[in-house]
Design a protein around this ligand. Structure first.
Ligand code: UD1
Length: 339
């Protein structure tokens, strides 16, 4: 079965391609390499023994997207990762985010309609919950007004998919990710942040390896046990595996509704300080960090209710926080050796 993975050279995309290929799927990646590197294709091949098919173009281009789908109408399912994801940048450049994230999705859905492709898995985010009134966040926890244009593109995308599916033969699974971290055990693929990372884990590993002088911990006055903010960190390989199950569910006609939504997290919340402690324990490196003011736009705490995903998909995140931090460290060290 041929699966289209948009954004397949990116962080979560590349790990998902590996899992798909190892289950025997034929993968075709579309990526414009705006936030990833072409070498990822060879690195995927080093792990799986097979280089995925690849086309480099921008999915916001309606003509290129239409001709791509006309050529590949035998695609059984699409996993759509390709999107911009920097929360802060989206506040400064909202149109860049709305244009890229929404136009590409609409072009893909049009291609599906025109070519009879029925299945799409969409990368959504726990950001749609904002700061939930009660925790853990369930799939039916009310969605809150997005705190950033990035978050809004995820909310609007969910709505665009839902509305389109109701009038056409389109079946969708919307996966709401919590905080993916870590890297493939081979340390051949992993997260490759461009410039200064915003996210916690790459900032920690870059500080530990000496690229950054110190980590800034954004706030220690939250109403949490140690005062730092809490997130549900999930190993990227666990997350990738859930995508294969979602594809199997769609192509095997096992969905119970045309659009299904699943949380992808571990169900456990960890504070920033707990992540730092895990990293220090697993790497043996003492991390240089300073407590700073809260980061604007950050929520205090969120973690997932995973029961629906566990029971319905038969999937459960397996890796512990220590396994996540040690794999992120192994990847950072592998990157340093390449330089
Ligand atoms: C947010 C979004 C997520 C999105 C991601 C993209 C929410 C709930 N989550 O994740 O949907 O996909 O951005 O980038 O809106 N921290 C530090 N120092 C740092 C970096 C981070 O203390 O240098 C702290 C943050 O304040 C936060 C935690 O670490 O408490 C995790 O931050 P980060 O990795 O940036 O992810 P989110 O902001 O949770």
């Amino acid at each position: 079965m041929k699966i289209l993975v948009t954004g397949g050279t990116g962080y979560i995309g590349s790990h998902t391609v590996v899992e798909l290929q190892s289950k025997g799927y034929e993968v075709i990646i579309v990526d414009n390499l705006s936030n990833s590197s072409i070498e990822v294709l060879d690195n995927i091949a080093k792990i799986t023994g097979k280089k995925p098919l690849f086309e480099n173009f921008d999915l916001t281009d309606p003509l290129k997207t239409a001709s791509f789908f006309a050529k590949h109408s035998d695609i059984c399912a699409i996993i759509h990762f390709a999107a911009f994801k920097a929360v802060g940048e989206s506040v400064d450049l909202p149109l860049k985010y709305y244009r890229n994230n929404l136009v590409s999705l609409m072009n893909i859905l049009q291609g599906m309609i025109d070519n009879g492709i029925a299945n799409i898995v969409f990368s959504s985010s726990c950001t749609v919950y904002g700061q939930p009134e009660s925790l853990p966040a369930r799939e039916d926890t009310p969605i809150q007004k997005a705190a950033s244009p990035y978050g809004n593109t995820k909310q609007i995308s969910e709505e665009i998919i839902t509305d389109t599916s109701s009038g056409f033969n389109i079946h969708a699974i919307l996966l709401r990710y919590f905080n993916p971290i870590g890297a493939h055990e081979s340390a051949i693929i992993g997260e490759l942040p461009l410039g200064v990372p915003n996210c916690l884990m790459p900032y920690i590993t870059q500080t530990a390896i000496g690229i950054r002088p110190f980590l800034r911990v954004w706030g220690n006055d939250y109403s949490t046990p140690d005062g730092t903010a809490i997130r549900d960190y999930i190993h990227v390989v666990d997350l990738a595996k859930a995508h294969v199950i979602a594809v199997e569910r769609l192509t095997g006609h096992k969905s119970e509704k045309k659009v299904e939504v699943f949380n992808l997290g571990t169900g456990n919340g960890f504070s920033v300080l707990e992540v730092i402690q895990s990293f220090e324990r697993m790497s043996g490196v003492k991390l240089n960090y300073e407590i700073k003011e809260r980061r604007p736009g950050d929520i205090e705490q969120v973690w997932a209710d995973t029961e629906f995903a566990n029971l319905t998909l038969g999937w459960k995140a397996e890796k512990t926080l220590d396994e996540m931090t040690v794999s992120a460290w192994k990847w950072e060290k592998a990157l340093a050796e390449k330089k």
